[in-house]
Design a protein around this ligand. Structure first.
Ligand code: ADP
Length: 617
């Protein structure tokens, strides 16, 4: 924007011009009236001066009435020569026959006795009307006041001639012109002086205005430090005071707007929910970091885009639908790499008048919630399913027994054994579920104590060795196996809950045996890294398909349901193991190749105990 005002457009110039014009017009009008009055007055007084005395007319009538023309002419001539000719007046006498009878101009004496050629005189002779007027003479560009008076005998009303008087007005006009000239010169001086004064006056008016303009420009730039100088208590002084007050008010409101904006900014930035605000047409105007992160779009990219495109809901909704019925919706932004389910809540930004000036959309990440919801539903369905299968089989065996099988000595014990096995499995499952539920609700107590993990691991594995070596066939497992221990030499003291930890290792060992063919080798190792103790149980069994590995620790997940059930599994062992290890602050994971075997790893936090500490004790 070009703020520079050209001088000719400035108020300063306009005021000066107006004052000068007013002065000019006033002087012009005064001058015009003055000059015309002067002219009328001068010409009138001059006219009076050139008026012939009445006795002249009477004498002329007498002379013209005489029959002796030459005698009369002498009389006329002497009369005319007597006339005071200080105004260089030309007087001519013409008789009724249009013959010049006398003139006071010495150079024109030859015209006496000649016919008159002046049209005005002829007219007066004809119409007997006197004539007076100013006539310009083109030959010498002079103006003359001409009076033609008919000479009428009063006794018989006979026109005996006319007297023609012509006076040169040059001297009168010269005088008027001189006065006019003086007046114009004085007017010019007055205009110049007036112009100077008006420039000074208008400067006095525009200077404070200029200062106020500068100050308002400074305010617009955000600099509120300046103050307009207050010159007086007039309107401009009041305006200057108002500008100064305005500057303070603008600064205050700017500060409050700024702090309001900062507050809004920090609220938006620190919100855990995404917020998107749009204008009336649904174009994004504000987007906080959380929204930008969840939608994987930068704020600058999103600004000015339609909210429908940004949320990718253009196919399901139109802007009109959202504005007319702002509601909530679930937006699934999951892709192959990650799950993301957002709950979008729309509301309108409305003015007091009801005019909708925009939309606000609050995005809440409900991925976890939805997952928990789905897991819960899945869990309930799994539990019902898992319990229904053994119950159905128990029910049918009891029915068979009722139907008479109890009488059969060979079948009845078998049937009873199956019902007992199934019931045992159900009890195991319920116990597992209770354990999990207690862990979920944090009511399962974890009694941590510092344990020599090598000793504990050895003790558990000794039990498995004992089972296989047992002479008691009933205790002997159906499968043969061999345990190899690869243990670090040093003792490792770790804080764990012995019972829970034993349960985990039992579960891993049982699985290694269950899911391995007869005669497999189970390699158990124990070693420490800088701040972890790593235990592993490796078998040469079925292995786990790659696609199942991420789900192996899920509740009720089994690679082969029928096989697991046949082995008496509940599908909850690894889920419990995971919960226990996590509660101990550790990690459990699996590496496996299908048909080659699996290795389950457990990492527990470990702080090496300084030797000297032991010494001191
Ligand atoms: P289950 O009671 O069925 O054994 P787990 O939670 O202990 O339940 O194990 C879940 C599933 O993981 C098992 O059904 C099995 O398919 C698989 N699995 C566990 N351990 C092994 C292993 N060592 N080798 C192969 N598959 C295994």
């Amino acid at each position: 924007m070009n703020n520079k005002i050209k001088y000719f457009q400035s108020i300063h110039f306009k005021i000066a011009l107006v004052l000068a014009l007013i002065l000019l017009v006033t002087l012009e009008i005064v001058g015009a009236v003055f000059v015309s009055q002067l002219e009328t007055k001068n010409v009138d007084s001059y006219k009076k001066q050139v008026q012939l005395p009445t006795y002249v007319n009477t004498t002329l009538i007498n002379e013209l009435s005489k029959t002796n023309i030459s005698k009369a002419n002498v009389g006329i001539s002497s009369l005319l020569s007597d006339i005071d000719n200080k105004n260089s007046t030309e007087v001519e006498v013409v008789d009724a026959k249009n013959t010049v009878r006398g003139t006071n101009e010495s150079g024109n004496q030859s015209q006496v006795g000649q016919k008159n050629v002046k049209t005005n005189i002829k007219n007066t002779l004809i119409n007997r009307q006197s004539y007076s007027g100013i006539i310009s003479d083109s030959s010498n560009s002079s103006r003359y006041y001409t009076v033609i008076t008919p000479l009428i005998k009063s006794s018989n009303n006979e026109l005996v001639g006319v007297v023609y008087v012509r006076a040169n007005l040059d001297s009168v006009y010269k005088e008027i012109n001189q006065i006019t000239l003086i007046y114009v010169a004085a007017a010019l001086v007055a205009i110049l002086a007036g112009l100077l004064i008006s420039i000074v006056i208008s400067r006095a008016i525009t200077k404070p205005i200029d200062e106020m303009k500068q100050q308002t420009l400074q305010i617009a730039k955000g600099d509120y430090s300046g103050q307009v100088h207050v010159y007086g208590r007039d309107e401009l002084g009041q305006l200057a005071n108002a500008v100064n007050n305005l500057s303070v008010k603008v600064e205050e409101s700017q500060e409050s707007t700024e702090s309001e904006r900062q507050r809004l900014d920090s609220v938006l930035t620190n919100m855990t929910d995404g917020v998107i605000a749009t204008d009336r047409r649904g174009k994004v105007i504000i987007m906080n970091d959380e929204a930008a992160n969840s939608l994987e779009i930068s704020e600058s990219e999103a600004i000015d885009k339609s909210i429908l495109d940004v949320l990718d809901i253009g196919e399901e909704y139109t802007l009109r639908e959202i504005i007319e019925n702002p509601d909530e919706t679930i937006i699934d932004r999951s892709d192959h790499s990650h799950d993301l389910i957002l709950h979008a809540h729309f509301s309108l930004i409305q003015r007091e008048s009801g005019f909708v000036s925009g939309l606000v959309c609050v995005l809440h990440d409900v991925t976890e919630q939805q997952k928990i919801d789905n897991d819960r539903k899945q869990f309930v369905s799994n539990v019902s399913h898992e319990l229904r299968t053994p119950l159905t089989s128990v029910h049918s065996y009891i029915e068979a027994l009722q139907d008479g099988a109890w009488k059969d000595n060979t079948i009845a014990p078998k049937f009873l054994k199956v019902t007992q096995d199934e019931t045992d499995r159900m009890i195991r499952m319920i116990n597992d579920l209770l354990t999990l539920s207690r862990m979920d609700s944090n009511t399962q107590k974890i009694n941590k104590e510092l344990v020599n993990i090598k000793e504990l691991f050895n003790y558990i594995l000794d039990r498995f060795d004992m089972i296989i070596k047992s002479d008691d066939d009933s205790k002997k497992p159906m499968k043969d196996y061999k345990i190899i221990r690869k243990f670090t030499k040093i003792d490792l003291w770790v804080e764990i809950d012995t019972d829970r930890f034993t349960q985990v290792i039992d579960n891993l060992m049982n699985n290694a045996i269950k899911y391995s063919p007869d005669g497999g080798t189970i390699t158990c190792s124990l070693y420490e890294t800088h701040n972890n103790v790593i235990l592993s149980v490796k078998d040469q069994g079925l292995g786990i398909p790659r696609s199942s590995i991420p789900h192996i620790f899920d509740r009720f997940y089994r690679v082969d349901k029928a096989r697991s059930r046949a082995q008496g599994g509940t599908g909850l062992g690894l889920a419990i193991s995971k919960e226990v290890i996590q509660a101990l602050g550790g990690r459990i994971w699996v590496e496996s190749t299908e048909n080659k075997g699996s290795t389950f790893y457990i990492a527990l936090p470990y702080e090496p105990i300084e030797e000297d500490l032991w010494d001191e004790n």
